[in-house]
Design a protein around this ligand. Structure first.
Ligand SMILES: [Zn+2]
Length: 477
């Protein structure tokens, strides 16, 4: 994500630790899904209502892992009514008497598990499903949920809207961190990645843009249906199905990546010179970070002035207005850092935002702008009471702080100090090794630190610890 540049006056953030709701043993227990042994149906237990995230305890669920989402959506732009059918293919990680999906608002009209009608109840953001036959540990099962209603975005702890956000000509759809539950039932935590198919029907004249490759579109009876296929594992918060009146273009890059751009006419003139650079930015980032992790790319440039941010929706970032170069570089870098290499907990968000921010510094340095050192020095010159030092990037304290300056800017500063300590060549080798070792998977801060030590042969642990975890403004070595 890239929030708009804020003034220094608004950067103050209060140090907060109250949201560390789960203890480490509780987190482990939730991740292990209570560790029910495979056995008779009598051992089946309910899956946990959350994935064990300290900042968002109800995000995600325990007891199963989704492999694929097949989403069929129909959105009426004028009435803002959504009809949905979600077919989830999942594998049970315990004998499962009951399980939750994350879904907020909307009316559920039916749930089946492996074709049999299942009982269900609603409890806040949890859709609680009791199947007729308990899925057994290690077995695949299929859940179908039909639902409808008017999606309403959620308000994040930092006050920004997230999820299915209506616009004057459709909907801007960006889910970080919680918004997936506003438009489809899911296991909404980055620990569970899955492939996706989207079949989205909208009134003729509108375009529905999701992740991955456009498999086809057809119009009949005043409605157009778009079929998208996302073949690489993706966290639910990176899914989109943005609807609008868009100018579209598609082409294939020299590296064989299929690009699809959708641009609101009101943003087209300003967006054009920036979007033109997308292939060269992806090529430049591929040289630095290793091969582009996906088969598809592109941009969705919407006109959504009330939103005011951009998100690295997988393969195809979504922008609420025409992006500048920094923002394009930032969201593109997230395809490696955040999308391909995913978080295991929101607390580690600097692994996404510090890296994407540092990509901006590197891009400017190599394209006639300020050196990364100059950018670092300007930030470091800020006084100790500045909001930049309000909390450490590796431990933001609560979900309210995950998109704050310490995560983005001080997170990037941590990488810059690592670069100074190991040298340019080794530093880039570390970034590539990180993207490669955790490609299409997950990573933690502890794993990154170990990898940096191993690749550099230097004890960079203390330096990273200072920049990521020490309270207040770090002293320079
Ligand atoms: Zn970002």
């Amino acid at each position: 994500m890239r929030p708009p540049r804020r003034s220094a006056a608004r950067r103050t953030t209060v140090l907060s630790r109250e949201a560390v709701l789960l203890t480490v043993p509780a987190v482990l227990a939730a991740l292990l899904g209570a560790a029910a042994p495979a056995g008779s149906a009598g051992t089946a237990k309910p899956g946990a209502p959350g994935a064990g995230d300290a900042y968002f305890p109800l995000s995600g669920n325990g007891g199963y892992d989704v492999n694929h989402y097949d989403l069929t959506l129909r959105y009426d732009v004028a009435s803002r009514h959504l009809d949905g059918k979600a077919v989830l293919t999942a594998r049970a990680t315990q004998d499962l008497s009951r399980f939750d999906l994350d879904l907020k608002g909307l009316s559920v009209t039916g749930v089946t598990v492996d074709g049999s009608a299942a009982r269900f109840t609603r409890d806040g953001q949890e859709l609680v499903v009791t199947p007729r036959h308990a899925p057994r540990k290690g077995r695949d099962f299929r859940v179908t949920v039909t639902y409808r209603g008017t999606p309403k975005p959620v308000t994040d702890p930092d006050g920004s809207p997230d999820g299915w956000i209506p616009t004057d000509d459709g909907a801007f759809v960006a889910n970080q961190p919680q918004g997936a539950m506003t438009w489809f039932p899911s296991n909404s935590h980055p620990t569970d990645k899955a492939t996706y198919d989207f079949t989205v029907t909208v009134p003729k004249g509108y375009t529905a843009v999701a992740n991955g490759v456009l498999r086809g579109q057809s119009t009949a009876h005043g409605l157009t249906t778009f079929r998208w296929h996302a073949a690489d594992p993706m966290a639910a918060y990176l899914a989109t199905a943005t609807v609008g009146t868009f100018q579209t273009e598609s082409f294939t890059t020299r590296d064989g990546v299929k690009v699809y751009n959708a641009v609101d006419a009101r943003e087209a003139k300003k967006a054009a010179p920036v979007l033109k650079k997308l292939p060269s930015v992806l090529e430049w980032e591929s040289k630095l970070f290793g091969p582009y992790p996906f088969r598809a790319a592109g941009s969705i440039v919407d006109h959504a002035p009330s939103v005011g941010y951009a998100l690295e929706t997988q393969t195809r970032p979504v922008y609420s207005s025409a992006p500048d170069m920094d923002t394009l570089v930032h969201e593109s870098a997230h395809q490696w850092f955040g999308d391909s290499v995913s978080l295991t907990s929101w607390k580690d968000i600097w692994l996404n935002e510090g890296f994407a921010s540092y990509a901006e510094w590197l891009y400017n340095e190599q394209h006639g702008g300020d050196s990364a050192q100059k950018t670092f020095d300007a930030l470091y010159a800020r006084p100790a009471k500045d909001g930049l030092w309000a909390y450490p990037p590796g431990d933001p304290g609560s979900g309210k702080n995950i998109f704050g300056d310490p995560v983005y800017e001080r997170g990037a500063m941590a990488l810059h100090e690592l670069r100074r300590a190991v040298g340019d060549k080794t530093f880039l080798r570390i970034l590539r090794a990180w993207a490669d070792a955790h490609r299409a998977g997950h990573g933690t801060t502890a794993q990154f630190t170990r990898l940096a030590q191993r690749e550099s042969g230097k004890d960079v642990g203390p330096l990273l610890h200072t920049w990521l975890y020490a309270k207040g403004k770090p002293a320079r070595a």
